[in-house]
Write a protein that binds this ligand. Structure first.
Ligand code: IPD
Length: 256
């Protein structure tokens, strides 16, 4: 297992180096959307990660936000988000990361999330603790809704935004603070590390949260992923410490 984890860590750190180098510079934009931006650097970063992973595992598959690679018939699939928080990155907001997970026959074996601006590396593997920079981490032990810190992602298309907004409107009055931070992967890592009590969003893709799901579970938390009926390939996620049931109850509307 450590072979996969080490490979994911090395690739995420290499990606992080590239992202640090270009941060704050003028960037080439491949596509502008109403609520999203696609950068040439997203593609370049995924190519770097792909090259590093396939050098070590030439028979494995790559499944990333920027496309697929390798042997798509392999039971081993690397799930890659080269820049999670691309819009933050474009606006020079230093809150983004690289997320890499590997799954075999659908089961996630290892996951890494690297925040290059804070040099925070969140890592875990099946049967092992979740760690931040090598130190074990655990979800928050807070139990009161009023003490909770919660992140609600609004996603990027109208239907998903409209699904998420009622949760924000409701929870903002109940928790200590509701946040929209702009990186689903870091939201998961922050739930795993106890900074957040929960992260909720309808309309995310598997590459946004694959590593984060295993981190939250191995840190003692709970993840509910529901495929969206209206959008194949998209999910609603409720990632939480599991210690504040009201959050899961109230957030369940996004999974309908
Ligand atoms: C996005 C971010 C954002 C979330 C979106 C994601 P990207 O990922 O994680 O926080 O709200 O749903 O798509 O496009 O920056 O990799």
């Amino acid at each position: 297992m450590s072979l996969y984890l080490d490979a994911a860590v090395a690739a995420a750190r290499a990606a992080g180096g590239l992202l640090r180098e270009h941060f704050g510079r003028t960037l080439d934009v491949n596509e502008f959307h109403a609520h999203d931006i696609k950068l040439a650097l997203d593609v370049e970063t995924q190519e770097l990660i792909t090259r590093l992973l396939l050098e070590q595992f030439p028979d494995h598959a790559i499944f990333g936000e920027e496309g697929i690679g390798g042997n798509q018939d392999s039971p081993f699939q690397w799930i890659v988000d080269p820049i999670d928080g691309t819009v933050n990155y474009f606006y020079s907001i230093p809150h983004f990361c690289t997320s890499i997970a590997v799954r075999r026959d659908g089961k996630i074996l290892a996951g890494v999330i690297y925040d290059p601006m804070r040099d925070e590396l969140f890592a875990t593997a099946q049967g092992e603790p979740a760690t931040m920079n090598g130190q074990p981490m655990a979800v928050s032990q807070r139990t009161k809704l009023g003490d909770a810190m919660m992140s609600i992602g609004l996603s990027k298309v109208t239907e998903a935004i409209n699904t998420n907004l009622p949760v924000l409107e409701d929870m903002i009055h109940r928790v200590r603070k509701a946040r929209m931070m702009g990186s689903a992967a870091l939201d998961c890592a922050y739930v795993a590390s106890g900074r957040l009590d929960a992260y909720v969003e309808a309309g995310i893709s598997i590459w946004d949260v694959a590593a984060g799901m295993l981190l939250v579970e191995n840190a003692g938390g709970k993840v509910v992923m529901t495929p969206r009926k209206d959008k194949p390939g998209k999910f609603a996620i409720i990632a939480s410490s599991g210690h504040i049931p009201e959050i899961e109850e109230k957030a369940a509307v996004i999974a309908k």
